[in-house]
Ligand binder design. Sequence first.
Ligand code: SF4
Ligand code: SF4
Length: 110
Amino acid sequence: MSSREEVAFRRGGMQKRIRMALNAAKAEERSNIKGGETTVAFVNEGQCIGCDQCTIVCDDDAIELYDKEMNNPLIKVDINRKAKVLRDPCTGCRLCVLACPTDAIIMIDR
Ligand code: SF4
Ligand code: SF4
């Protein structure tokens, strides 16, 4: 029977392997995101949680947050914000796509 230390050691090794596999998959996914002058970011409103991460990373002031009414009037929250991309200042740099924790932003053709 394995000791507690042996189990912890094996578990640590397994965690490292899983983390490396996930990082590699994420890096490949990120390298496949299109960008550049011919593209513009787009926010899927339904996935946006208004966390403000995209506005922090956008150097071109191309993202604004706006207040949105809740779809269900029975749900009361003080603030329900969503992000929207301003097409003209967006340079297609993709930083907001990488920063968004909910994968709410995609790059589309201009
Ligand atoms: S980072 Fe994503 S979830 Fe957060 S405000 Fe921007 S679009 Fe919405
Ligand atoms: S792609 Fe770049 S410039 Fe466009 S909204 Fe995202 S962070 Fe801003």
